[in-house]
Design a protein around this ligand. Structure first.
Ligand SMILES: [Zn+2]
Length: 89
């Protein structure tokens, strides 16, 4: 198992995996096992991946809190633009 580096830009993805067992009904009837979190990062010119598990990683950017923060940042910018207009001649 690959060790996920802490000094790299990590992309997290939620994925299903098939075990390949012909007797496995989970893989036969659905997308496979999971979903599980996987980390992807670049090491030189190679793309590396590491298995995380069912728990959402702490550094995952697709959290509700992150989305909320981005939305409030956009709102602040809009407000700044509005207040700047009366200053113009
Ligand atoms: Zn399976």
């Amino acid at each position: 198992m690959a060790v996920i580096p802490s000094d790299q830009h990590i992309t997290y993805q939620l994925q299903f995996r098939k075990c390949g067992k012909p007797s496995c009904s989970t893989c036969r009837t659905g997308q496979g096992h999971g979903p599980y979190w996987y980390a992807y990062w670049r090491q030189g010119s190679r793309l590396r991946s590491g298995y995380i598990g069912k728990v959402r990683p702490a550094g995952c950017k697709q959290t509700a809190a992150e989305k909320k923060r981005k939305a409030s940042t956009a709102k602040t910018k809009e407000h700044t633009a509005t207040t700047a207009i009366p200053a113009l001649p």
